[in-house]
Design a protein around this ligand. Structure first.
Ligand code: SF4
Ligand code: SF4
Length: 78
């Protein structure tokens, strides 16, 4: 399941360098997560790193992007 960033994001930038898949980018107003790149950190870390570092806890699972571990791993770039 990919993650998404809610509108509670304060644009602090902290999560951007922590993402192993470069899935976090600046959107029109707040940071956003590219669901085609986010693997929930599967294959890199035991826990989603954006969730770990976000000071306002606005990185949440996206209920519209339910994926298996196999599907998540397939998204990792070589
Ligand atoms: S869960 Fe991991 S891969 Fe997905 S956006 Fe957060 S840091 Fe990046
Ligand atoms: S760490 Fe949280 S508040 Fe900061 S830019 Fe990332 S999503 Fe937004």
């Amino acid at each position: 399941m990919s993650l998404l960033i809610t509108d509670e994001c304060i644009n602090c930038d902290v999560c951007v360098p922590e993402c192993p898949n470069e899935a976090i980018y600046m959107g029109e107003e707040i940071y956003e997560i590219d669901g085609d790149l986010c693997t929930e950190c599967v294959g890199h870390f035991d826990t989603p790193q954006c969730v770990e570092v976000c000071p306002v806890d606005c990185c949440l699972p996206d209920p519209d992007r339910v994926e298996t571990d196999e599907e998540l791993l397939a998204k990792i770039k070589d």
